[in-house]
Design a protein around this ligand. Structure first.
Ligand code: GLA
Length: 338
């Protein structure tokens, strides 16, 4: 069995998925492929980018204790999917690791499919989200895995993280999505991510679900830190909906402006940017032909995404929106609703 899954870049809507908000990622034309001969009671994989193999028993109890590090993802998938039989094979990828393009989600989704996972897009993404959480103990949301599963060539995906409905939004031919790797790797990301999520939950416990409350409700929070965190989430949901509409209308100036505002909110209210990411965004905004730029993903390093006129000279790499994961030779997973 040979299955592949793309990475993703998030155009706008960060730190909203785990509060049931909206996001606008796209699957990208870089992917991870898992080739597996099924059979046996272990999953044994070698990887072109890893020195040591991953060897995981089907009854693995605690994926977070596996080594080498990448075996945690394999173990997370085994624990989340609990396949009837194991297999041995190899992993290859065109995705850069740790650059914020969700190479881990791509590995999880491709492996789950290669292990014979059957279910809807939302079920596959949910199983792989659990795999990620089991692997690292970090309470990450569903965006990365669902974008990898449900990708559509030429389209971004407006995902409602409460209903898990996915609406493809065409990316106009007059736009190019560019990603620049900051080279900064996120050492503090795991603990800071969990802390941000807790703060959002604290804020929601006081004012109500952040998906539903208004900026006026948020302004009534008496804790200034929680107020800033919640203001990011509530305003980011609005920007996501606005940016999807702008793309639909071919209004790239409007979409770019919302992306740049998103960066400011992630920097000032959510405090997940870094000086290097801020500098990169500023540099990009100074290039004629760039409509907007922002950090993408969890922050604390990783990549910056920009919306540009096609052919704009930038330090980054243009990425095309790609179809989602599939078993080679088959149609996409199930396409559509949970
Ligand atoms: C990581 C997580 C996602 C999402 C982003 C921030 O990529 O895996 O679920 O929360 O951070 O938007």
């Amino acid at each position: 069995m040979r299955a592949y899954a793309p990475g993703r870049v998030n155009l706008i809507g960060d730190h909203t998925d785990y509060t049931g908000g909206v996001v606008l990622p796209m699957a990208v034309d870089l992917r991870t492929t898992v080739e597996l001969q099924r059979g046996g009671r272990t999953v044994e994989l070698v990887s072109a980018t890893e020195a040591e193999p991953a060897v995981v028993p089907l009854d693995v109890a605690d994926p977070a204790r596996m080594s080498p590090g990448w075996a945690r993802y394999v173990a997370g998938v085994v624990a989340a999917v609990r396949p009837a039989e194991g297999g041995s094979g190899r992993v290859t990828t065109t995705l850069p690791q740790g650059a914020g393009l969700s190479s881990s989600a791509a590995l999880e989704v491709a492996l789950a499919l290669a292990l014979g996972f059957e279910g809807s897009d939302a079920e596959l993404a949910g199983a792989c989200q659990r795999a990620e959480q089991l692997a690292w103990g970090t309470p990450t949301g569903i965006m990365d895995q669902l974008a990898s599963v449900a990708g559509r060539a030429g389209h971004a995906l407006l995902i409602d993280c409460t209903s898990l409905e996915v609406v493809p939004v065409p990316i106009p031919d007059s736009a190019e999505v560019v990603v620049v790797d900051s080279g900064e790797r996120r050492s503090v990301a795991l603990s800071a991510y969990a802390e941000r999520r807790r703060q959002c939950e604290d804020a929601a416990a006081r004012v109500g679900p952040l998906r539903e409350v208004s900026l006026e409700d948020v302004a009534r929070l008496d804790d200034p830190l929680l107020q800033r965190r919640a203001r990011h989430v509530v305003s980011e949901n609005r920007r996501v909906v606005g940016a999807a509409k702008c793309l639909d209308d071919g209004d790239l100036v409007g979409a770019g402006r919302l992306m740049t505002e998103s960066h400011a909110s992630l920097r000032d209210d959510f405090e997940v940017s870094t000086p290097r990411l801020d500098r990169l965004v500023e540099e990009l905004l100074g290039i004629p032909g760039i409509y907007g730029a922002r950090l993408t993903g969890a922050g604390f390093g990783g990549s910056v995404v920009a919306l540009a006129r096609p052919g704009t000279p930038t330090p980054g790499r243009p990425l095309a929106a790609a179809d989602g994961a599939r078993v080679e030779g088959s149609p996409p997973n199930s396409g559509g609703m949970p």
